[in-house]
Ligand binder design. Structure first.
Ligand code: 6PG
Length: 226
């Protein structure tokens, strides 16, 4: 199989395992793209507690919702509250998506920044119950992108706001890709994403590190159908 699975007992253990992976890469330096949504919050809190000095790495977002930075739906806000605000040491460079611009301008700017920085060391990704990851939604035009590292995307699920998302080529270039999914409501999507053939109906099944490692960290409930 092209994805390694790490199945742990519960959501807290999944957060702890994720935190350890992210910290190990962050200590080595390079670009780390973080996931949004609600699942990774605990992993970020634990990661900040394990390692106060993230100054060797640069943080990015795999996707962002086009809302102001202080909106509670902002993925940058999540990263600030759960991780950056808790660090004791010098802060890492944080590449936020410029949501004050139009989505197209923000995506173009983020593409340029990422192209200059080079491939990601790590992409941490979530999984939606519909099989989406980052803001790569089922059968969406963004799945066809072969050149750009970042594009705009229409939302396929809540919150219903325009998105800016890294693309399959950006994630494929990452030295490692780590998915985190917990809970029974993710079990079917997890099975399709990590246990079946790649399909545009399940975007997470199309996202793999081309040369490196792809790992899915699941709790027992999310791994129920494996
Ligand atoms: C976002 C995401 C998205 C998320 C999944 C899972 O901005 O919405 O990055 O891909 O990871 O929707 O979200 P939950 O963790 O909230 O279930």
């Amino acid at each position: 199989m092209d994805v390694e699975l790490l199945v742990v007992d519960n959501a807290e253990e999944a957060a702890a395992a994720t935190a350890e992976h992210v910290v190990a890469v962050a200590r080595g330096g390079g670009s780390v793209a973080l996931a949004g949504g609600s699942t990774p919050r605990r992993a970020y809190e634990l990661a900040a507690a394990i390692e106060p000095d993230w100054s060797r790495c640069e943080l990015w977002l795999g996707d962002e919702r086009c809302v102001p930075a202080d909106d509670e739906r902002s993925n940058a806000g999540l990263v600030r509250r759960a991780l950056l605000d808790r660090l004791g040491g010098p802060p890492p460079a944080f590449h936020a998506v410029r949501t004050e611009l139009s989505p197209a301008e923000a995506a173009a700017g983020y593409h340029d920044e990422l192209a200059r920085a080079g491939p990601l060391a790590l992409a941490l990704l979530g999984l939606g119950p519909d099989g989406h990851t980052a803001s790569l939604f089922p059968s969406a035009p963004a799945l066809e992108e072969r050149e750009r590292l970042v594009v705009t995307a229409a939302p396929g699920l809540e919150p219903w706001v325009e998105r800016v998302t890294m693309t399959i080529p950006a994630f494929a270039a990452a030295a490692s890709v780590v998915f985190l999914a917990v809970g029974a409501e993710k079990a079917e999507a997890a099975h399709r994403a990590f246990g079946e053939r790649p399909s545009k109906a399940t975007p997470a099944s199309l996202v793999r590190s081309a040369e490196g490692r792809t790992l899915a960290i699941l709790d027992r409930a999310a791994a129920r159908l494996h």
